[in-house]
Ligand binder design. Sequence first.
Ligand code: ADP
Ligand code: MG
Length: 224
Amino acid sequence: MEIQVKELSKIYGTQENQVVALNRASLTIHQGDFISIMGPSGSGKSTLLHLISGLDLPTSGSVTYGSTNIHQGSDRNLSAFRRQKIGFIFQQFHLLPVLTARENILMPLLLDKKQADETYLQELACLLGLESRLTHLPHELSGGQQQRVAIARALIARPDIIFADEPTGNLDTKSGSQVMEMLCRIQENMSKTLVVITHDPRIAGMARRRFTIVDGELSEVTVS
Ligand code: ADP
Ligand code: MG
């Protein structure tokens, strides 16, 4: 499914407190794209990702998946659409502390009243090196393991698109590289669309299409 982002803007606050977090960003994301978006802190990276993934509403502009403008339907439709089509990976993992790794991974299915797919769960656990960690609580896991649980959770409903907002930002270099390698492999082998936000040039360089964002202005880097 193709995603069309047109003239997307987000302005926070009013009058003298106004912050233009995103200024008329446009891009087209094709099925199977691997895109990185790099920019300094406060440049509008998270704002852009939240708008594209339907986590937040734009001030103006549109986001269209296939022929569906995601900000035009009801909240309920948007939530269902997000759970089925989009996997989101956060810098802070956002695992529920009282649930085991397994329960965290299965949460999106539970919310959609779907059966756990045991075979696929095991496949993901194996792919992400989590086989012996599924009964652990988040605080019993390392940062890298917690992020890998979050990746499995993002994949369990078999979404086409994965958005990752600084997925290695809270990890040391070694676990960060591991997490990125796994994301790259998943993108390629499962033919997912992957959009990764980062301020690490090495991670940005792994993507086939690269964008930068400065003061809310998005532009594509042409690789010669
Ligand atoms: P990044 O992810 O690149 O660090 P953000 O997208 O989080 O940047 O923020 C972009 C700009 O918008 C920043 O100046 C930030 O302070 C501002 N901003 C983000 N969220 C809010 C909010 N809820 N209210 C007001 N300003 C915000
Ligand atoms: Mg951010």
